[in-house]
Design a protein around this ligand. Structure first.
Ligand code: NAD
Length: 497
């Protein structure tokens, strides 16, 4: 057993334990390596949970629910959540360093998005839980005295939180914060690629006074490892998952055993629709962020761009210029704007689409390969930012999620036609529409089959709004009151008067 994981040092490997029942625990002899994708260097080792370790975490969470945590008021939980937010901000530099080392993403991005939003999630859901209301009904009865129905919200119990690697702290706290606000206990399984910030959060939880067992972290992989052990565990009352659609299918099968509810935020193949009357500067800037931010590893990111023909050439050349101005630097250099892909395995996948686009006859506007970088970045999982034109809509490059810094740009002539092309996808997560014609913006937005549609922006988030995907991009919505609906159950109480 070890007591803490800090201080983190870029030049000193770190060993990460599970966090169970308020303590850092190393349960068996198994561990795996954690690599920095910016250099390929090993930055630490991580314990891998077996079924017994996962069971210990679930049992700790169940005990916590039966203890004082299960009797806390919304006000008490909100106060604790605000302390967690403060604790993350106090240790901002530790979280920042951990996230940058695990992901290789530019420090400028992680310091503006990942860490502050990770903390903000706790404040947002502390506010949210204090304003939660339920319904009441007066019911007529034959004796004329009537009955009063009112609903209360109760926590579901133990929630399994299965997380991806692209925005590790942000996406994990997006689920942990509302789950705790509603009075649940959680067992988190962070991505094997990015295990550090979830572990570090254990220290903050202890400092903030979160009782032992309310927040637990188990490390490992998916199938036949911590992810599967956790989602199959009958002591888990609900599963919230962000990741690939195929993984969602496997988790849904696990959730069927015991009929446990799921909330899924899955993959996408998001489109941007750019009309000729748009503010071209804004459309280029927004599309450039939506394609290349976080090296294209954002679920809401754009991989299909449709541009109205009169501005097609101008748009493509402006986007090309923006892509070629991206700068790969040491991730801790504030001037860097493009990071690596998360792993060599993911780089192989992205490069397979780069090759496929070339063999299918795409015009490569820019990129298409691997950048030539000096050591130590030469050991990193970098690819060139890439833009294609000239592929048909049924090409795999336009239908499958690539999750890299790349997009295909196609021209369109007709509004109805472009709506049909955008909707011709198994996914339905997000879209961005760029036009100055407000009537058209509303008309088109209502017809695109997605969970989130931006007009003249991208990634503009109000955390009270419903967040999630249609079709194979997800099940359910989180955000604001929608999170509270997943993390609680309604109990109706009928009182005969
Ligand atoms: P992934 O599905 O490979 O892994 C996600 C998590 O699931 C990891 O912790 C992994 O260990 C675990 N896992 C894998 N197999 C499992 C199994 N059989 N049982 C239980 N757990 C299992 O996803 P990823 O590669 O980490 O993340 C990228 C994907 O996430 C992309 O498809 C992206 O679109 C999606 N994503 C979606 C959203 C959204 O809000 N819709 C947000 C971010 C990422």
């Amino acid at each position: 057993m070890s007591s803490a994981i800090t201080p983190l040092a870029a030049d000193r490997p770190v060993h990460l334990n599970h966090f169970i029942d308020g303590r850092f625990v190393s349960a068996n002899g198994r561990s795996f390596e954690n690599r920095n994708p910016a250099t390929g260097q090993v930055i630490g080792t991580v314990d891998e949970a077996d079924a017994a370790t996962v069971d210990a975490a679930v049992q700790a969470a169940r005990r916590a629910m039966r203890g004082p945590w299960g009797k806390t008021t919304e006000q008490e939980r909100a106060a604790i959540l605000r302390k967690v937010a403060d604790g993350i901000m106090r240790r901002f530099d530790d979280f920042l360093q951990a996230e940058v080392l695990d992901t290789g993403k530019p420090v400028s991005l992680a310091s503006h998005i990942d860490i502050p939003r990770g903390a903000a999630n706790f404040n947002v859901f502390a506010d949210q839980v204090l304003t939660l209301s339920t319904e009441t009904f007066r019911t007529a009865t034959p004796d004329g005295r009537g009955a009063l129905n009112y609903a209360i919200r109760v926590p579901r119990g133990v929630i399994a939180v299965i997380c991806p690697w692209n925005l590790p702290l942000l996406l994990m706290t997006w689920k942990v914060a509302p789950a705790l606000a509603c009075g649940n206990a959680v067992v988190v399984k962070p991505s094997e690629e990015t295990p550090t910030t979830a572990t570090l959060l254990g220290e903050v939880m202890n400092e903030a006074g979160v009782p032992p067992g309310v927040y637990n972290v188990v490390h490992g992989f998916g199938p036949a490892s911590a992810g599967e052990f956790l989602t199959r565990h009958r002591g888990v009352n609900g599963i919230t998952f962000t990741g690939e659609t195929r993984t969602g299918e496997a988790i849904m099968k696990a959730a069927a055993e015991g009929v446990r509810p799921v909330s899924f935020e899955l993959g996408g193949k998001n489109a941007a629709v750019i009309f000729a009357d748009c503010d071209l500067d804004a459309a280029v800037e927004g599309t450039m962020r939506s394609v290349f931010a976080n090296c294209g590893q954002v679920c809401l990111g754009t991989e299909r761009v449709y541009v109205e023909r009169p501005i097609f050439d101008a748009f493509v050349s402006r986007l090309k210029e923006a892509a070629e101005n991206l700068r790969i630097r040491d991730p801790f250099d504030k001037g860097g704007t493009l990071g690596p892909l998360i792993s060599e395995e993911h780089r192989r996948k992205v490069l397979s689409y780069y090759e496929r686009a070339a063999t299918e006859g795409a015009t490569i506007v820019t990129g298409g390969g691997v950048p030539d970088l000096p050591a130590p970045l030469s050991g990193g999982s970098y690819v060139q930012p890439t833009i294609w034109t000239g592929l048909p809509d049924d090409s795999a490059v336009l239908r499958e999620e690539i999750f890299g810094p790349c997009c295909h740009v196609a021209a369109f002539d007709d509004e109805a036609d472009v709506i049909e092309r955008v909707n011709d996808s198994p996914y339905g997560l997000a879209t961005a529409i760029w036009t100055q014609n407000l009537a058209r913006a509303h008309r088109v937005a209502a017809q695109i089959e997605v969970g989130i549609c931006w007009v003249n922006s991208w990634f503009l988030r109000d955390l009270r709004t419903p967040f999630g995907g249609s079709k194979q991009s997800g099940i359910g919505r989180e955000g604001g009151v929608h999170s509270m609906e997943f993390y609680t159950e309604l109990r109706n109480i009928c009182v005969k008067l």
